[in-house]
Write a protein that binds this ligand. Sequence first.
Ligand SMILES: [Cu+2]
Length: 292
Amino acid sequence: MKPSLVTSLIAFANGAYAHGGVYSYEIDGVHYDGYKWFDPPDNQTNLMQRRWYYWPVQDPLSENITCNYNGAAVPSAFHAPVHAGHTITANWSNNYPFDKPGEPFYCDPAMTNRTCPAGFTCDFSCMYHHWYHGHGPLTAYLARCPPSPNGCSDANPSTLSWFKIAEEGLRPNHSITDAGAWMQGDLGATVDHAAPGWTVRIPARLRAGNYLIRHEILMIELDPPQFYPECAQLAIEGDGDAEPGQEYLVKFPGAYQWSDPGIKVSGTLYYPEGRATRNYTVPGPKIWTGEF
Ligand SMILES: [Cu+2]
């Protein structure tokens, strides 16, 4: 990393409220709440998502790169059903302290104090605001869990073999600093609080079973970069028999290095060499779709 006064000041300004993660999923029209990092895990049942914390992982070699801080299974072994070939949408939010666009509204980030300013309703919906960052790729991975009566909730995600099923990198004819260059920026749309999520397809021929899905936002505006990995349990159905070959499989940590071009570029966006960058290589392995 290259410490500088400029990036330190930006990092400070983009404080705790500028972070977040996946708060819910949609599969075939069904909404699934995610894990609420600000509520005790034992109060939360029927969750597909593993535990997470809103603060970004800032080291691609960290154990936390796999499934976030304390990416432990939740008390229930619930796996959301999804048919191979169908889609799953992840919905990101940050913790930015505004209740309505333009209206300052404070929510204690630890939610230890839920009192609110007069005239506001304070529940955890005050946490649900649009993704704050706009530079860097989105990726989605799957990993098959070993056979177990509890499915993936017994699995240690860092021992699993992950394969990438989707990515959204730099859009054509953009430099990495452009507004609109990244789908990540779309997640921050502020129309009636209706920011879009990101929808990915489960490979149609994938062998059925219990899988973890790992969504990741990588924010490259600052140095060090910010990784937001989130894992969730899926029961994938179907009669396919396809599985990715070894060349598609990676471990987390292990899949990323500081020297990966798509990571190394972090923090250069506002310097001449970075501003001119019009090619971006998304970190990680090539995508496996299961198609021939
Ligand atoms: Cu952030």
